[in-house]
Ligand binder design. Structure first.
Ligand code: HEM
Length: 568
């Protein structure tokens, strides 16, 4: 037998060519038919969408090309559109219709509603991580859990966290001392600090529950956000089956292992404590920071806001965090995880698996957002030394030469620091957009447009906060934007860093209190320097807004290193 007869014949055969041809001959008419069917079945959507202004796109793929490039380039492209259109802007990504809203009157229609509360389909990428936690759940499950969770972030509960905020802020200052004089990325320190504070306060466990510091968890969360952002912007990473075959799918598995192993340990250790009858936080407050119990009796009982801004109370708008102190009974004065575990005992309100999902949600929402806010604040202090001096002056007036921990009353006196913080959240909102999927048509207030059901509506917080007709010189950092008289004259929905309405951020009071303690402690110890000006900051919106070049700052000590010199 000749050798040639044993080898497989790889020469193309006519029947193979014809099979390929037939495939293409069928594919093209199939695509055309699908396109015709799609246009007919979506004619209502297409008709309404046609009236909404927006950049011209290509046939079929729409504006998809604008979503190519680095995260920072995509952010710039989309932001550039907002200057060409005053109100709503329509963008097609293939068959998907996105409508960006930048007018506070339109934003109010969406955010104040109890109907348009469904998250957009993109949030499903969070599911392997956050399950069906508060951020993405909807319907009755969301309502029940929101009612359960919101009171655990009430002021009465938060006041009890102040000692742990102080102790952790001081520990952060000690860690940061090794960076004195050099340029470094302060976000790493802010991330670690916020994870550890969350563990000790909302979760009520010791930060030593995990073998490693909060740093490993924080880094895993950051990388997960990179992956989620890629899935939002790269179409081929959207289908789950295709994503799981890519290297990103494998990396996601490893990251989720790190993230979930922490949350599992947290829940387990808390459940064990509960079974032993131990309730409340088991985190140890160093003796020199045990201020809360002493101060509680002296402090004004009338203070019901942490932030000077009332977030709607002045205009008669309240959300479920704005309940009066007296409305919250003793039982509800439990911190987040304590209440979750107590409520799970009868198995009706929440199951063990749901507790884990909520812990994952609070750990993510509570940490990356505040880490970004504090890093932007420090960057801005470095870029605006004159404003920083005013904050330092205010802190000197409150604390004098004392190294004492800060009390709740002190945080109420930090009026200028608070304005700087609110202005930071205006100009660099950590959550730059909020997306909702519409189940029914919505008529807008800014023009004669109706957004069709099935569209994804995007509240463009970043742009709303930078509208020149609302904030004069809107691209410039100016804490006076939050003088009481300026705020009183502004539309309530023109400042929405924490969203607003029934799905607003449950952690906003927690965030404001923690940020005031952490940032005042840092500025009592260091002056912040920056080699870059504010206009040089490059932005990227990987779920959470960040500086693309990292949050580079330098520290200059404000006083000689004094250890253990806390006088109360
Ligand atoms: C500066 C810090 C923070 C900012 C800017 C922020 C911002 C936001 C925004 C804009 C939303 C709405 C998201 C959406 O609808 O897609 C939200 C929701 C949420 N936030 Fe925050 N947040 C911050 C801190 C926190 C903290 C500290 C916690 C918890 C400890 C927290 C827990 C949550 C939860 C659970 C939700 C979902 C609420 C719901 O859907 O009912 N956040 N946050």
């Amino acid at each position: 037998m000749s050798v040639s007869t044993t080898l497989p014949d790889t020469t193309p055969k006519n029947d193979l060519i014809s099979a390929t041809r037939v495939f293409y001959y069928l594919l093209i008419p199939a695509l055309v038919l699908w396109y015709i069917y799609w246009r007919i079945s979506r004619r209502h959507m297409l008709k309404l969408a046609e009236k909404i202004p927006g950049p011209r796109g290509l046939p079929i793929v729409g504006n998809v090309l604008d979503f190519f490039g680095t995260s920072s380039e995509i952010f710039k492209n989309i932001y550039a559109y907002s200057f060409d259109y005053a109100g709503a802007v329509k963008v097609w990504i293939g068959p998907k219709l996105l409508v960006f809203l930048t007018d506070p009157r339109d934003v109010e229609i969406i955010l104040s509603s109890h109907i348009y509360i469904d998250k957009s389909s993109e949030y499903r990428f969070f599911q392997p991580w956050l399950g069906n936690g508060l951020l993405i759940s909807t319907g009755q499950k969301w309502r029940t859990h929101r009612k359960l969770i919101a009171p655990t972030f009430h002021l009465n509960v938060l006041k009890g966290f102040i000692d742990l905020f102080n102790a952790n802020s001081r520990a952060t200052v000690e860690k940061m001392k090794k960076e004195e004089g050099s340029t470094f990325d302060c976000h790493d320190y802010m991330s670690e600090a916020t994870v550890e504070m969350l563990l000790e306060t909302a979760m009520g466990v010791s930060k030593n529950t995990q073998d490693k510091s909060g740093y490993e968890y924080a880094m895993a969360v950051m990388k997960m956000c990179d992956i989620l952002h890629l899935r939002h912007t790269k179409l081929w990473l959207r289908p789950d089956w295709l994503f799981s075959l890519t290297r990103y799918g494998k990396i996601q598995e490893q990251l989720l292992n790190i993230i979930h192993s922490l949350t599992r340990k947290v829940v387990k250790s808390k459940m064990e404590a509960f079974k032993k009858g131990i309730k409340g936080s088991v985190a140890e407050v160093p003796r020199e920071f045990q201020l809360y119990k002493k101060a509680e009796s002296n402090e004004s009982k009338s203070a019901t806001t942490i932030e000077g801004v009332s977030f709607g109370q002045s205009s008669g708008l309240k959300d479920d965090l704005d309940v009066d102190d007296n409305d919250v009974g003793e039982k509800k004065r439990l911190a987040f995880l304590d209440l979750m575990i107590e409520s799970s005992q009868n198995g009706v309100l929440i199951t063990d698996e749901e507790i884990k999902e909520q812990v994952d949600t609070i750990m993510f929402e509570g940490h990356d957002t505040t880490a970004a806010a504090s890093s932007f604040f420090l960057s801005l202090m470095g870029a605006h030394p004159d404003i920083q001096e005013k904050v330092i002056q205010e802190l000197n007036n409150i604390f004098g030469d004392s190294d004492r921990p800060c009390t709740f009353q002190d945080t109420l006196e930090m009026k200028y620091l608070e304005r700087c913080l609110l202005e930071t959240l205006r100009i660099f909102p950590p959550v730059p957009i909020i997306a909702r999927e519409l189940q029914q048509d919505v008529k807008l207030a800014s023009g004669n447009y109706t957004i069709p059901a099935g569209a994804t509506v995007i509240v463009a917080t970043f742009k709303v906060h930078r509208r020149a007709d609302i904030y004069p010189n809107s691209e410039k950092f100016n804490p006076d934007n939050f003088l009481p008289e300026k705020m009183a004259n502004r539309h309530y929905y023109a400042f929405i860093p924490f969203s607003a309405g029934p799905r607003s951020c449950v952690g906003r009071k927690y965030a404001m209190l923690k940020l005031k303690v952490l940032l005042s402690t840092i500025l009592r110890n260091f002056r912040i320097k920056s080699d870059l000006k504010e206009e040089d900051f490059q932005l990227q919106g990987d779920i959470i807004l960040k500086r693309a070049e990292g949050f580079q700052v330098r520290l200059e000590p404000r006083k000689p290193n004094v250890k253990d010199s806390i006088k109360i």
